[in-house]
Design a protein around this ligand. Structure first.
Ligand code: NI
Length: 177
């Protein structure tokens, strides 16, 4: 496996809308290897999700996985994901992004979603997600449409460098450590 180079904000690759993968493409060794490399890259940089455009691949897929008391997410691959909000509840919470290093900001997202996607074998994947897991899935799916979390912020008042986030906001948000 390999650790891949992560594109940073300003790289046009992050602003493209990716085309869906065909089932035949999913099974190829190149795609399967990419998925393994994306997991390795995500873990190397302590990310909780990584979308193909972030590693310079114009493909509609992402990997994610996180332990979180507020709704963790086991390691998962989503290909051609489609998201539908369940209900109207929207919550603001902190997000970061491997393509926007050392910055955090509060982003409003629907708290409950339904997702339809394909898994790494091309099999249909249907699930609902809540809280933090729902947030991660929405953040990563946005990457597949060329959208960054900054685009979703209501205002930039909460835009914060990581050091200041840890100093002033991390404990206040109940997610110390
Ligand atoms: Ni991101």
């Amino acid at each position: 496996m390999s650790i891949l180079k992560v594109a940073r904000m300003g790289n046009p690759v992050l602003r493209r809308r990716t085309p869906p993968l065909e089932p035949a493409e999913i099974a190829t060794p190149a795609t399967q290897r990419l998925i393994d490399d994306m997991f390795e890259t995500m873990r190397e940089y302590a990310g909780i999700g990584l979308a193909a455009p972030q590693v310079h691949e114009d493909l509609r897929l992402f990997v994610a996985g996180v332990d979180d008391p507020d709704g963790g997410l086991p390691p998962i691959v989503m290909i051609n994901p489609e998201i539908e909000p369940l209900g109207t509840a929207i919550e603001d919470d902190w997000e970061g992004c491997l393509s926007i290093p050392d910055v955090r900001g509060r982003v409003p997202r629907p708290t409950d979603i339904r997702v339809r996607a394909l898994d790494r074998h091309g099999a249909p994947l249907r699930m609902t997600a809540q809280g933090f897991a729902a947030r991660v899935i929405q953040h990563e799916t946005d990457h597949l449409d060329g959208v960054l979390f900054l685009d979703r912020m209501r205002s930039f008042e909460s835009l914060t460098f990581l050091q200041e986030y840890e100093r002033y906001w991390d404990e206040a948000d109940g997610k110390g450590g």
